[in-house]
Design a binder for this molecule. Structure first.
Ligand SMILES: *Cc1c(COP(=O)(O)O)cnc(C)c1O
Length: 407
């Protein structure tokens, strides 16, 4: 098995396992799909940093003109470290921003704050006044649209913590019109993640476009409409036509936007990096307990929590095929939790202790959600571009883990 022209076996030998391997070429290609689909209108693709925040990946995207969607002061510092020239292309989302985070983002001159409550808007105005700068804001509205996805990553219903009830947004914009330190710059929405159909995106955008029209009639002309992220990928290894998906998605947004003349912002995360990454692990042992067979790998839930957290499916394939029958197994890690599994009752190709397996489509919300649970150093990461592989994050050492502690 290869990433581009680079053998995964070679990478595992050189850098050890567990190892995240990303195709930079595919990441760039995916960004290009959005750029192509939106070529007809003014737009900015703001990659959602939280999906995979590796500095090398941020740099790769920034060099190709991408902006960024951040959700913390920490992610702001990642953009600054990877591509300071892109700070002006940052939108700041998130339901609980601190004054320190807001001030840092104001000082950095980011494009827009996506504000999620009245309290946050007041805090933003207060910070802007202290710094004597004008803050560009968008209200993140909650359109009350249902999107078919896992309940943990659905965000667009009134019962969720996210956004401002769209019925209250008009009054909120009007209440700060004329504020010296606030500029109504846009309106934003994000209805959830891993949404496979274009339909809910169109439905949400229709409501947002209607609001933008109402605002315009009140004399509040917005420069941006931010459609959020959330476009889903195929985790089941079928033939996936990414270009067709993006085209369909962009068409649904375009149709719903109607006559809006400003800039369309998008915040895709998963769609750009998800299928570009694999987690390579070594089989430690194959163990039988009663009727069940467990394939125990050196990667665990601390490296990739998606199966445990969202019942997510990842295809698992041997890096080198060996002879032997497929059999039904659980693929698990060494962490002391029954929830530490990658697959349950999965028909897997024959594997033995010492073999390498690849967990596919692990580029998004994999390393980004990795932890040190069970005092496990986090994995190394490798980026493959045009047939060349390079380490973009070294494996953590015990020094990294124990360093902050005080005895
Ligand atoms: C998580 C998130 C995204 C990215 O979602 P994907 O499903 O990875 O595309 C975009 N915008 C906001 C506000 C988010 O919270």
């Amino acid at each position: 098995m290869h990433c581009g022209k680079v053998s995964l076996e070679g990478l595992a030998k050189k850098f050890g396992t567990p190892l995240y391997v990303y195709s930079g070429d595919q990441i760039v290609e995916r960004l290009g799909l959005f750029e192509a689909a939106l070529a007809g209108r003014e737009h900015l693709v703001c990659y959602a940093v939280k999906a995979n925040s590796a500095l090398a990946i941020l740099k790769l995207l920034a060099e190709r003109g991408a902006g960024f969607d951040i959700v913390s002061g920490g992610e702001l510092e990642r953009v600054r470290a990877a591509a300071p020239e892109a700070l002006g292309r940052v939108v700041f989302s998130g339901v609980g921003k601190t004054a320190e985070e807001i001030k840092a983002a104001l000082a950095a001159g980011i494009l827009q704050f996506n504000v999620e409550s009245e309290g946050e808007l007041a805090l933003l105005a207060q910070c802007a006044r202290k710094m004597q700068v004008k803050a560009r804001f968008a209200l993140r509205v909650n359109p009350d649209v249902f999107a078919e996805t896992h309940p943990y990553i659905s965000t667009g219903l009134r019962e969720h913590k996210f956004g401002i009830d769209i019925r209250k947004a008009l009054a909120m914009y009007k209440s700060v019109a004329g504020d010296k330190w606030l500029e109504a710059h846009g309106v934003s929405v994000h209805i959830g993640s891993q949404i496979r159909s274009a339909e809910p995106f169109g439905a949400a955008m229709e409501r947002v476009a209607k609001l933008a029209g109402e605002l315009e009639r009140e004399g509040i002309v917005l420069e941006t409409v931010d459609a959020g992220g959330g476009l889903g990928i195929d985790y089941h290894g079928g033939s996936f036509d990414a270009a067709a998906k993006v085209t369909e998605y962009a068409a649904a947004l375009g149709k719903a936007l109607g006559g809006f003349k400003g800039k369309l912002l998008l915040e895709p995360g998963r769609f750009i990096v998800g299928q570009a990454g694999a987690l390579v692990a070594r089989v430690l042992t194959v163990k039988r307990n009663g009727k069940k067979t467990f394939v125990i790998t050196d990667a665990a839930m601390n490296d990739l929590i998606r199966p445990a957290l969202y019942q997510a499916h990842h295809e698992i394939v041997p890096v080198r095929k060996r002879a032997g029958k497929r059999s039904v197994v659980d693929v698990v890690g060494p962490v002391c939790e029954t929830g530490d599994f990658f697959a349950r009752d999965r028909k897997l190709a024959a594997v033995e202790a010492g073999d390498l397996v690849a967990l596919l489509d692990a580029g998004a919300y994999g390393m980004a959600q990795a932890s040190n649970y069970n005092t496990r150093p986090r994995a190394a990461e490798v980026l493959v571009e045009g047939g060349k592989a390079r380490l973009i994050r070294r494996r953590e050492t015990m020094g990294d883990l124990l360093g902050p502690e005080i005895l």
